[in-house]
Design a protein around this ligand. Structure first.
Ligand SMILES: Cc1cc2nc3c(=O)[nH]c(=O)nc-3n(C[C@H](O)[C@H](O)[C@H](O)COP(=O)(O)OP(=O)(O)OC[C@H]3O[C@@H](n4cnc5c(N)ncnc54)[C@H](O)[C@@H]3O)c2cc1C
Length: 123
């Protein structure tokens, strides 16, 4: 099950050149979200949404974090959104990671594929 809505951005920071870390207040999405899932993010003026992985979930605070790199026109448009503005997302989507209780996991990611490892590492 997923939700679509316009949710407020409550924090945003640049963590590298063209790489943004955005926290979104979306309790109904945070409630459903699992590590390894992603959001389809609307970019104003573009028909197709851009898929961005959910890199952190705080179910108590009702927030999710997205970390993305500007790669083209769509992510550039999304990067213009600031704290206090709403972001249009459909989430959570995709199959999350499978947690195997009691097992040790090694998380391997590269570049912008690293942030989605965070919830898995926390678990
Ligand atoms: C499930 C999933 C999860 C993802 N999670 C993340 C994430 O957490 N963080 C993240 O940063 N990204 C993530 N991505 C990648 C992200 O979705 C893409 O980077 C984004 O959709 C690019 O959109 P854009 O409009 O900015 O770029 P586009 O305009 O679509 O361009 C994409 C690339 O193609 C090149 N390109 C575009 N047009 C041309 C052309 N005419 N000729 C040659 N090259 C061209 C661009 O230079 C760019 O490198 C994920 C993708 C998927 C499928």
């Amino acid at each position: 099950m997923y939700k679509q809505g316009n949710y407020p951005i409550i924090a945003k920071r640049a963590i590298g050149r063209g790489v943004f870390d955005v926290t979104i207040s979306c309790p109904e999405v945070a409630e459903l979200a699992q590590a390894g899932q992603f959001a389809q993010v609307a970019a104003e003026g573009f028909f197709l949404r851009r898929p961005i992985s959910i890199c952190d979930i705080d179910k108590q605070a009702g927030t999710i974090r997205l970390v993305f790199e500007v790669r083209g026109k769509g992510t550039d448009k999304i990067s213009e959104l600031n704290v206090g503005q709403n972001i249009d997302i459909i989430a959570p989507l995709g199959h999350g990671f499978t947690f195997i209780e009691g097992a040790k996991a090694v998380c391997i990611g590269g570049g912008i594929g690293t942030p989605p490892m965070l919830p898995l590492a926390k678990h």
